[in-house]
Ligand binder design. Structure first.
Ligand SMILES: [Zn+2]
Ligand SMILES: [Zn+2]
Length: 388
């Protein structure tokens, strides 16, 4: 075991040295590629610590609530006769749908009614209000004062094993300066639908816009899944879309030769030539299915790699998963002390289980397992924030 560990370390060290010496040419992060339309200030390189404890250099970007001139929406349709964005339904007849009359009436037959008798859709702004009824289409308003700080290792390092990307896990930062997250929370869990627009993005309850898809190659998905929707952004299936939080590049569904690669790993990545690195480097590809994002990260991410000054939502101080969510007292979400008491666990354990398993978009089964309680007990005890 010792020899193996040493070997792995030596290999890692060589990889770091190589990546550092060849810089961007070997597949590292090119800090100049993130759009100036999104940046609050010039990007910089800072010291950072990876999740595996290694000290390294990270690129630090500070981006605004959404890039200048980015057109977003529509999200929720106002009435049954309007067309909204898209939703990836995971109940009966699962799949990607346009949010329209046909879809919403199908959901009604499954017990989820998002509209009233005269066809008006129940819409809630989760930044300012709690949903009133059982089923609400969520459409958060923006908070133009929000800034987000994103840290990515300059030279990516492969992890011993891939890290899965659960609901709303951090995926990366798109070249347009919009952060990317894995699956939005399921309607089956929250009863509410945080509608996406037809480019696969929406506004977090913290007031900032983010992607849940590879937006520059999403029309490929609509064709593949026969969804009547179209994203107005320029579509480039072979182009660099983003950098993942581990520093590896994310491309559209095809390589620079125009072909869908046949040797992709479990995370939808492989090593090969790209437009940016003709000699070859590890990179991810968008899939043809929604959400067209990597399903896991092959590399190691930096600690504290996403934070915001937003008052709530992912990465906010005081929100589970946010930098201020340290423990009892300051930053503890309301109702957590009572929930911990009810479950017979410490507040610290409850917070850490919630943080570890998705924060406010909690994987309750996994958190319950960590706490040694039943999922039903956890569900009953937890305070209910609106989902997004
Ligand atoms: Zn989201
Ligand atoms: Zn490729």
């Amino acid at each position: 075991m010792k020899t193996l560990y040493r070997k792995a370390c030596a290999k890692g060290a060589i990889a770091v040295a190589l990546a550092a010496s060849f810089g961007v040419a070997s597949g590292g992060v090119d800090m100049t590629r993130i759009s100036k339309d999104a940046l609050v200030k010039a990007p910089e390189t800072v010291d950072c610590t990876l999740e595996n404890g290694a000290a390294t250099q990270c690129v630090k970007w500070v981006v605004r609530y959404q890039p200048k001139n980015l057109k977003t929406g529509p999200f929720c349709p106002e009435t049954l006769t309007d067309e909204g964005g898209i939703w990836n339904w995971d109940g009966e007849q699962p799949g990607l749908y346009r949010i329209d009359e046909q879809f919403l009436t199908m959901l009604e037959t499954q017990g989820y009614k998002f509209y009233d008798a005269d066809g008006k859709v129940h819409i809630t702004d989760p930044r300012t209000a709690q949903p009133a009824g059982n089923n609400s289409c969520l459409s958060a308003s923006v908070d133009t004062s929000v800034e987000m700080t994103v840290l990515l290792p300059v030279s990516p390092v492969k992890a011993a094993k891939p890290t899965g990307l659960g609901t709303v896990a951090k995926v990366g930062l798109a070249l347009d300066g919009v952060p990317i997250f894995a699956d939005a929370p399921s309607v089956l869990k929250t009863g509410h639908m945080p509608a996406l627009d037809t480019c696969g993005g929406h506004v977090d309850p913290g007031g900032w816009y983010h992607w849940h898809a590879t937006s520059t190659d999403i029309n490929t998905v609509f064709e593949h899944d026969h969804v009547d929707a179209s994203c107005a952004l320029a579509q480039k299936a072979d182009a660099l879309f983003a950098y993942a939080f581990d520093g590896y590049a994310i491309y559209g569904s095809v390589d620079s030769d125009g072909k869908v690669p046949s040797n992709l790993d479990a995370c939808n990545g492989h090593t090969g030539p790209t437009r940016e690195v003709p000699d070859g480097a590890y990179h991810y590809h968008a899939s043809l299915k929604f959400p067209n994002l990597p399903t896991c990260l092959s590399g190691v991410v930096a600690k504290n790699n996403f934070s915001t000054n937003a008052k709530q939502g992912i990465g906010a101080p005081g929100a589970p998963g946010g930098p201020g969510a340290g423990g009892p007292g300051q930053g503890t979400p309301p109702g957590f002390d009572a929930a911990a008491k009810r479950l017979g666990v410490s507040q610290t354990d409850l917070l850490s289980a919630v943080r570890k398993n998705g924060g406010r978009q909690l994987d309750t089964a996994a958190a319950a397992k960590d706490l040694g309680v039943t999922e039903a007990a956890l569900n009953a005890a937890l305070p209910r924030p609106p989902g997004q």
